[in-house]
Design a protein around this ligand. Structure first.
Ligand SMILES: *Cc1c(COP(=O)(O)O)cnc(C)c1O
Length: 368
């Protein structure tokens, strides 16, 4: 917490607006939209709910295809199954670890030949870093396919002067407890299309028709964010720039201390913008440094320090192994290499220098 949450919560409780709507929600939505530079935002009770709504608005339903970044958290892909569409997973490229334009182009080319272009492409911006939106938007345009940006991990990142999450037809954000700002649980859908957001708001509020009585013509959802949690979110959004600065310092200290270790390669930084360094991640090549990623996780675990492998790609998940997958290049699966070698280090914005020094010492000692 940053300090102001309690004040905003007390104001909200005093106002007696304890509902999944209210003035704090309205303000939070306006502030999110202003921060991202988009026309509108809809505050929701999770990022997963936001993705579900984005897919519904893209018109995805039974039998449709949705293309999706392979290297991500399952919450990105699960809503594809909620709408009974068929996911096709697209590999990462090595430059940003995000969706490979080369693999996406091959997938779109094949889909066009099969007369089964996807209803949308979900582009995930991993670990605080934007994907290569320029070539991705060009492909979307060329094939007439909408992009949905999963910016759950990249709130605050910038690509070519614009905020991550503001490029696609829809962007989704998460305010889950592990994200750069949090409402404990929450999310948002952002878009430049006010009509689409209006429909999303209706679907997220039980699809209640305009009538004095309760009139329903289609299935709805209960996805809106509580006014109390929006108060927390507003206080959090006020400190996001400080959080990004803190995470950047954490990243710089790791790079300084460990960057010259043979066999260690940090997730490359962006060439055209800024990363939020939500998680500092690197790959560990045992052949070059003598220890594996798992050796390091174990050494840290023995000191009661938690570190984790990078996301296990969707094509390797038992739930998703039956679906199609396009590698970066035929015979070169980048996401699978990243999963084998990739390590996410403790990266909290409240990590002290002393705590971080301890993490670095454990790693250095294990390398000896
Ligand atoms: C956290 C996360 C989500 C889901 O957000 P929730 O608010 O937890 O539902 C989606 N995609 C990615 C990449 C995430 O990291």
């Amino acid at each position: 917490m940053s300090g102001k949450e309690q004040r905003y919560l007390e104001e909200t409780i005093a106002s007696n607006w304890i509902a999944p709507l209210g003035p704090q929600v309205d303000r939070f939505e306006a502030e999110i939209a202003a921060y991202l530079g988009v026309r509108g935002a809809l505050a929701l009770n999770s990022g997963t709910a936001a993705m579900h709504l984005a897919l519904l608005l893209a018109g995805a339903g039974k039998g449709d295809r949705i293309f999706c970044s392979a290297l991500t958290f399952a919450a990105t892909a699960n809503p594809i199954l909620y709408v009974e569409a068929e996911p096709v997973f697209i590999d990462s490229e090595p430059e940003t670890w995000n969706i490979s334009p080369a693999a996406l182009e091959r997938a779109l080319f094949d889909a066009q030949k099969e007369k089964a272009l996807p209803k949308a492409v979900i582009v995930v911006n991993l670990y605080g870093q934007s994907a290569l939106m320029k070539p991705l938007l060009e492909l979307g345009e060329k094939y007439g396919v909408a992009l949905i940006e999963d910016a759950a991990e990249s709130l605050g990142a910038i690509y070519r002067g614009k905020k991550s999450g503001s490029f696609g037809r829809f962007g989704i954000l998460s305010f889950n407890g592990n994200k750069i700002i949090t409402t404990s649980g929450g999310g948002a859908l952002v878009s430049g299309d006010p009509e689409a957001l209006k429909r999303a708001r209706y679907l997220a509020s039980q699809a209640r028709q305009q009538a004095r009585h309760y009139e329903h013509t289609e299935v709805g959802y209960n996805y809106r964010l509580s006014n109390l949690l929006a108060a927390v979110g507003r206080a959090q959004l006020e400190v996001i720039e400080e959080r990004i600065a803190a995470k950047k310092r954490v990243n710089e200290r790791y790079r300084e201390a460990l960057g010259r270790t043979g066999g260690f390669s940090f997730m490359p930084g962006p060439e055209e913008g800024r990363s939020t360094y939500w998680l500092t991640s690197l790959t560990v090549e045992k052949k070059k440094c003598g220890v594996s990623r798992d050796d390091l996780i174990e050494a840290l675990e023995n000191e009661n320090i938690e570190a984790r492998p990078v996301w296990k790609p969707m094509q390797l998940q038992p739930l998703y192994s039956g679906y199609r997958y396009y590698a970066h290049k035929p015979g070169e699966s980048v996401s699978e290499r990243l999963f084998e070698q990739g390590l996410c280090l403790p990266s909290g914005s409240s990590l002290t220098e002393e705590e971080q020094e301890r993490v670095i010492e454990v790693i250095k000692n294990r390398l000896k």
